[in-house]
Design a protein around this ligand. Structure first.
Ligand SMILES: Nc1nc2c(ncn2[C@@H]2O[C@H](COP(=O)(O)OP(=O)(O)OP(=O)(O)O)[C@@H](O)[C@H]2O)c(=O)[nH]1
Length: 383
């Protein structure tokens, strides 16, 4: 077992990702109902866009839906590609290609990126388009992978394709929903569909994010928590932060932040320690953008201090990172260093939770750099 695996076991103890584990039920009943509804609607879908998180291309797959999904025309949309390491992303694309699975890294906030996805959808439906008057595309995925963001972007593209026809497509949507055909029971009113083409009509159907009731591999559960698919309150921010630190250290990622560290030290020596690194120009009254620009500078300054703190603690550490006890010692030192970098008073109540929350926010916003946490599976030479 790797250092990460051992420390996960040590820190998390008997915690498990299943319906019976812990006080908090992380698999609410409505997810079970939604999963059943999705499964039954999948039967009539002509194509499925399975949205996954690019940072966890395997861990963000809903395993219970896989048998049905793999038997359908499916495109795996690896969303949030802006947060994923592009060099490793290439390997994932090769991997899915070698599995003969269509996959496209996307950014659901970018219209051009979603446009490419829609082109692939139309290409995959080419044969059917010639024969059927109406086609259904379903969007599925675990929570927080960006299904709604994708649907919103598709909606914008569809609105510009059919300007002035919004009312028509709205009423069609209602008719469909009234027949019960497109209604997905979920914990969120997610039974949203829209038309993206006219002849034939292609409807896109959104679905609620659903997880599996049991995640057998605890690291998969932690990665889902890191990506925000499992609520922080279920696992605890501190545990998630510990896991992130364990991954970063065993991969030696902070050692890549040497330049950031050197620059941060130089800035401190030049006396800018503690002051936010504003560009004076950004502080001039510039209509609308002033608070946002200064916030961005502030957050970027904090992110650099965090990277610098993790670089210095890891580079000075002489222990064995494969030994869970020594890795734990390093992580403890890093919590202290992070507290300083994040400017959290040691007197603050729940300082550790505050450190964890801020550290996770920086990671999730991509401020610590792009990552892919899953390892690309090694394919046997036969396959
Ligand atoms: N950086 C980045 N953030 C994204 C992207 N797509 C979505 N997000 C963000 O991810 C978060 C979750 O997005 P949603 O669209 O609500 O995810 P969802 O899959 O519909 O979530 P559920 O409703 O829980 O199933 C939001 O904060 C989005 O702004 C993306 O491509 N890049």
């Amino acid at each position: 077992m790797s250092g990460v695996g051992k420390i996960v076991k040590k820190c998390l103890g008997e915690m498990s990702f299943n319906t019976g584990g812990g006080n908090i039920n992380w698999f609410p009943g409505h997810m079970a109902a939604a999963t059943r509804a999705i499964n039954s609607r999948l039967k009539v879908a002509d194509l499925v866009i399975e949205v996954r998180d690019s940072r966890i291309p395997l861990s963000s797959a809903n395993q219970d839906l896989q048998p049905r999904l793999s038997s359908k025309r499916r495109i795996i949309a690896l969303n949030k590609k802006d947060l994923a390491n592009p060099n490793i992303m290439h390997k994932w694309i090769d991997y899915f290609e070698s599995c003969k699975q269509d996959c496209l890294p996307i950014n659901a906030h970018s219209r051009s990126s979603v446009q490419k996805l829609l082109e692939l959808v139309e290409l995959k439906l080419k044969e059917k388009i010639a024969k059927e008057p109406t086609l259904l595309v379903m969007v599925v995925g675990v929570p927080n992978v960006g299904k709604s963001a994708l649907i919103n972007c598709i909606h914008q593209i569809a609105s510009s394709r059919f300007p002035g026809e919004e009312e028509t497509s709205k009423s069609r949507t209602l008719t469909w929903c009234n027949t019960g055909y497109c209604r997905i029971q979920g914990y969120k009113p997610h039974s949203f569909n829209m038309q993206i083409a006219q002849r034939p009509s292609i409807y896109v159907l959104d679905t609620p994010g659903v997880l599996v009731p049991t995640i057998s591999d605890i690291e998969t559960g932690l990665k889902l928590a890191l990506a925000g698919s499992v609520k922080d309150s279920v696992v605890g921010e501190e545990r998630i932060a510990q896991y992130l630190l364990a991954i970063l250290n065993t991969r030696q990622t902070p050692l890549h932040w040497r330049n950031v560290h050197n620059n941060t030290v130089k800035e401190m020596q030049n006396g800018s320690d503690g002051k936010h690194d504003y560009n004076i120009k950004d502080l001039l009254p510039k209509r609308r953008v002033l608070p946002v620009a200064s916030n961005v500078h502030y957050v970027e300054g904090i992110a650099k201090e965090v990277q610098s703190a993790l670089y210095s603690t890891l580079s000075e550490f002489r222990g064995d990172l494969q030994d869970e006890n020594e890795l734990e010692i390093l992580i403890e030192q890093q919590f202290e260093a992070l507290q300083k970098a994040l400017k959290i008073s040691s007197r603050a109540n729940e300082a550790r939770i505050m450190v964890s929350k801020k550290f996770l926010t920086l990671f999730r916003a991509g401020k610590l750099g792009p990552f892919i946490l899953d390892d690309v599976p090694i394919l046997s030479s036969k396959s």
